[in-house]
Structures are given as C-alpha cells and as structure tokens.
Ligand binder design. Structure first.
Ligand SMILES: NC(=O)N[C@@H](O)C(=O)O
Ligand code: NI
Length: 164
C-alpha cells in the first residue's frame, strides 16, 4: 500500500483537530517589556477538564524511522495536549477527527516545522509523539487529574506514513 504522505502543517488545515502554536498563526501580537519583546498572544487554549489541572512536562523522544507504520491511535477525552518542539527539528503529526472509531481514510498526516507546536483538543485521535532525525525534546502541556485520560485503539488497517 502506498504510504500516506505528510503535508505542511498550517493552522487552517489543523483547525478540526486543535491549534497550531506558532508566532505566524497569531491573531493578536503586540509589543511588551518597553518594546524589547513581541507577545504572540493566545495561540492555544489549554483544557484540563473540569476536575483536572494543567501540567508542564518535557518529552525526550527517539526519532522514528520512515516510512512509519501507524497501527494505533490514542485520544485524551478529559483534556487537551500540547507539544512544542525544543530541539530545532521537524516532527510528524498524525490525527483523525473525534468520534468512536476513526476511519483510516480520515487520517491526516502533517509535517510540523521546528517552530510549530500543536495543541490537540480533548478527544482528538492522534498518534503518540513522532520525532524525526535525532533525539528531540518537546515541551508538553496537558492534563493531570482523576479518571482515565488515554483511550487507545488499534486501526482496522495499518497505514504507512512518509514525508511528502
Ligand atoms: N503517553 C503520553 O503522555 N504521550 C502521548 O499522549 C502522546 O501523545 O505522545
Ligand atoms: Ni497523546
């Protein structure tokens, strides 16, 4: 089966799944700190759910070999999950719309630049972190709190993904 090719990540294409965290996607930006800094304001909304709280972690991810076989997806029904790359390398984002079981044809594969983060909205199906090229760190903001917050499913048919 031909691999599913990644397309460049952009805010509009990613909107059904959450937000893209990048200065260029800001709807509001303004100078602060006596003009020494520009604030790219309100790029994403962290959703810890009613009974959770937001936490900040760092994920140190090993690079994935390509083409990569996607055979499972996960979702966090109780809160959002944001990733911001810290190591200056691109990475892959695989998502599918919320719902009970995503159809393989609804998978979307994005190549995120080193200056782009993503914030998965609660319930959005996604593949666990897919770093590329070398070991990479990511700042992660997601929910801690009571109750299970990670549903996993095995896809009816595995899909290979690769760069565009
Ligand atoms: N397991 C974990 O915290 N990470 C995943 O949710 C992921 O999306 O990488
Ligand atoms: Ni996740």
């Amino acid at each position: 089966m031909k691999p599913l090719r990644a397309t460049a990540l952009d805010a509009a294409a990613f909107a059904p799944f959450g937000e893209v965290i990048e200065a260029g996607a800001a709807t509001r930006q303004f100078p602060i700190n006596q003009g020494s800094t520009v604030r790219y304001h309100d790029l994403a909304r962290i959703d810890p759910g009613e009974d959770g709280h937001a936490i900040v972690s760092i994920f140190r991810a090993q690079p994935r070999a390509l083409p990569f076989e996607v055979s499972m997806l996960e979702r966090h029904p109780r809160g959002s999950q944001a990733f911001m790359p810290l190591s200056g390398r691109p990475y892959l984002v695989v998502v599918a719309p919320p719902g009970e079981r995503p159809a393989t044809e609804n998978l979307r594969v994005f190549l995120a630049r080193a200056d782009q983060g993503v914030n998965y909205a609660a319930g959005v199906w996604h593949h666990p972190l897919l770093a590329l090229q070398a070991e990479s760190d990511f700042l992660v903001i997601d929910r801690a709190g009571p109750g299970a917050n990670c549903d996993e499913i095995t896809l009816d048919e595995a899909v290979y993904i690769d760069l565009g």
